[in-house]
Design a protein around this ligand. Structure first.
Ligand SMILES: [Zn+2]
Length: 252
């Protein structure tokens, strides 16, 4: 019995860290699957080629999987950028999601002159970070570290606001890729087909008032119902924008 509890604890602790970063695995995999669905045929072939046998869903969580490997510590600041409430993001050098995305997009535009290994890493970073950019608390406020410092209960279980938005709304709301695709009729083509990272960030941040719309920290069904449409829209937009960006890069 003791052995079983031990194994269970190990499994739980292995699983927990994944939940604390970015959209959880579920969110990233849905975004990747939506993107793949909207890739041009030749672009799909190029993406498959540079993913070196990994599926796009697996590639989308690579940046979270390598968090436990110190060789990849340099990637840790790339998952987000926090900007104080009421302030605008100012372009500056430094490690953050915007600068890293700009860098990998630039490198991927020149993929024919890169090694397969470099293109592979850039592609995995791109697929992950376009997703993170659409999680409003990855472009949240400095003071509470993107909601990480806000303790809440969700259906009586203790968590923090950041984790709630990474994975718990998706899990509790049982959000599926099909749910997100149902919003297709309402999406704005011009918003999707504009490869503008700063606009994507602003739109993601525009959801922050809704994210923080609660008076006490006990959240439940009401909060879930109000925010499911935001999560679904962000996942859909992220997937479609990623597809458009990949079609632009590899469709040349
Ligand atoms: Zn991330």
């Amino acid at each position: 019995m003791k052995k079983i509890s031990c194994i269970l604890l190990t499994l739980i602790s292995l699983y927990l860290p994944l939940n604390t970063f970015a959209w959880g695995a579920e969110g990233h995999k849905m975004i990747a699957a939506i993107a793949y669905q909207f890739l041009d045929k030749s672009v799909k072939d190029s993406v498959d080629q540079y993913l070196l046998g990994t599926s796009i869903e697996e590639a989308s969580v690579w940046m979270d999987v390598v968090r436990s490997d110190h060789n990849f510590d340099y990637l840790k600041p790339m998952h987000y950028v926090n900007v104080e409430k009421g302030e605008e993001y100012k372009q500056a050098t430094g490690d953050n999601i915007i600068n890293e995305l700009n860098e990998v997009v630039k490198q991927l535009h020149d993929y024919k002159h890169r090694t397969n290994e470099v293109a592979n890493t850039d592609l995995k970073i791109l697929i992950h970070l376009v997703g993170d950019l659409h999680q409003p608390l990855h472009v949240g406020y400095v003071t509470d570290k993107g909601g990480n410092k806000i303790q809440v209960t969700f259906f009586e279980r203790g968590t923090n606001l950041h984790k709630l938005w990474d994975s718990e709304l998706i899990e509790r709301g049982r959000i599926t890729k099909a749910d997100c695709l149902k919003l297709m009729s309402k999406y704005s083509k011009s918003e999707i087909e504009e490869n503008d990272l700063l606009k994507w960030m602003q739109q993601s941040r525009a959801n922050l008032p809704a994210v923080y719309a609660f008076s006490d920290n006990r959240l439940g069904q009401d909060y879930l119902d109000k925010n499911i449409p935001i999560v679904e829209k962000q996942i859909l937009y992220s997937g479609l924008r990623l597809a458009h960006l990949l079609n632009t890069i590899f469709g040349k």
